[in-house]
Write a protein that binds this ligand. Structure first.
Ligand code: FAD
Length: 302
């Protein structure tokens, strides 16, 4: 059996695997797609000490670093279920069952898409999902934020300080964000809030040049000219496969403590699949290191 089996090959999983392997213990990593979300990222400017890189380049460096160690890499494999017996058993979609003394879950998350024409086409060409990452790229420009929940309104307030103008588009007749955020939002001079509006299309040629929405009360379609669209309708953790074997939040995020421990002894978790407050590369890597050290600590005590 493995000493540490990591499920997920993004920044959190790669970091966890390297930290575990450096303890000289038997380490494996299973990944549906090595690299994770950064494979879909163009510019990265907040991975501290690296002024600028690109997602696929960072993913290649992660893989190179993991390969420096004696780590059993099982790429293009999807975990299907997890069960705690004497050891932790992880069944893969291909039928194989892997056994390990400890497991680190780092299966990440995915942004919920609005699913309108133009969204996929203009991804990284004006369509963005992460204001902390891509906000500065729209300095002095006009953007829309789709979604009036807490993350949408936080994004709108954040962006209003950087961009020229922000249009918030909310499907429901009212914003769902906390009232303190709404008050702050409505105090800003360069924000327009449109409620009861269904986004119908993100328009553009080589890159985004506008957004169309339908007023749900009148049925009328309007078009707003702008350069960027931030989709903020939810980040969904990839934790369905765990069923209710493990404690999760209402949002499906795995609950972890400061050692990265979950509700199952010997099972740890890190990165965007957990209830960590913020989801970023550098944070995922830090929590991957924490989970690996937590797992090592568990091994020497059990
Ligand atoms: P992920 O990167 O999501 O990796 C999850 C891993 O688990 C993948 O290997 C996946 O294939 C695998 N997996 C999932 N389910 C299973 C399963 N059942 N079995 C096996 N493997 C599974 N952050 C920044 O700090 N700066 C940026 O500039 C930035 N830009 C971004 C731009 C975009 C478009 C996106 C989508 C995200 C961006 N982020 C950015 C966020 C950052 O990418 C994430 O915070 C980070 O990748 C999370 O790492 P992770 O390892 O927790 O999860």
């Amino acid at each position: 059996p493995f000493d540490v089996l990591v499920i997920g090959g993004g920044p959190a999983g790669a970091s966890a695997a390297v930290y575990a392997a450096r303890k000289g213990i038997r380490t494996g990593i299973v990944a549906e797609r090595f690299g994770g979300q950064i494979m879909d990222t163009l510019g990265i400017e907040n991975f501290i000490s690296v002024k600028h890189t690109e997602g696929p380049k960072l993913a290649a460096s992660l893989e190179e670093h993991v390969k420096e160690y004696n780590i059993d890499i099982m790429n293009l494999q999807r975990a299907k279920s997890l069960e705690k017996k004497e050891l932790v058993e992880v069944e893969l979609e291909n039928g194989a069952v892997l056994k390990s003394k400890t497991v680190i879950l780092s299966t990440g998350a995915r942004w919920r898409n609005v699913g309108v024409p133009g969204e996929a086409e203009f991804k990284n060409k004006g369509v963005a999902y992460c204001p902390h990452c891509d906000g500065p790229l729209f300095e002095g420009k006009r953007v829309a934020v789709i979604g009036g929940g807490n993350s949408g309104i936080e994004a709108a307030i954040d962006l209003a300080g950087i961009v020229k103008h922000v249009t918030v588009i909310e499907f429901a007749p009212e914003l769902k964000a906390d009232s303190v955020l709404q008050e702050r939002l409505f105090s800003l001079p360069n924000v327009t809030v449109i409620m009861n509006a269904a986004t119908t299309e993100i328009t553009g040629k080589d890159k985004v040049n506008g957004i169309s929405y339908q007023d749900r009360a009148t049925g009328e379609v309007h078009h707003v000219e702008l350069e960027g669209v931030f989709v903020q309708i939810g980040l969904v953790p990839n934790t369905d496969w765990l069923g209710d074997t493990i404690e999760k939040t209402r949002m499906g995020e795995i609950v972890v403590d400061k050692h990265g421990s979950t509700s199952i002894p010997g099972v740890f978790a890190a990165g965007d699949c957990t209830d960590s407050a913020y989801k970023q590369i550098i944070i995922s890597m830090g929590s991957g290191a924490t989970a690996a050290l937590g797992a090592f600590d568990y091994l020497i005590r059990n």
